[in-house]
Design a protein around this ligand. Structure first.
Ligand SMILES: [Zn+2]
Length: 77
């Protein structure tokens, strides 16, 4: 299929957090012998507190943290 004659139409878009969503945080201990993790929560600070409590209890100090939200893209024209 040839691109010749194809009308290229550029539209502008904007991406934002979906108004009905909030950031969800999760954290997982990276100690190879540990399966501890924070259940997904909208309370990011609480997730950090739970990590620090886990470190206090076990000495494990490395965590994989993930922050997730829902984005929505809308045309701005
Ligand atoms: Zn751990």
């Amino acid at each position: 299929m040839s691109a010749v004659g194809t009308v290229m139409r550029f539209v502008t878009h904007r991406i934002t957090r979906h108004p009905d969503s909030e950031v969800t945080a999760t954290a997982r201990c990276l100690n190879p012998d540990c399966t501890w993790e924070v259940a997904p929560t909208a309370d990011v600070k609480q997730a950090d507190v739970e990590c620090m409590a886990h470190t206090g209890a076990t000495g494990h100090g490395i965590f994989a943290r993930k922050f997730e939200d829902v984005a929505v893209v809308v045309r701005t024209e």
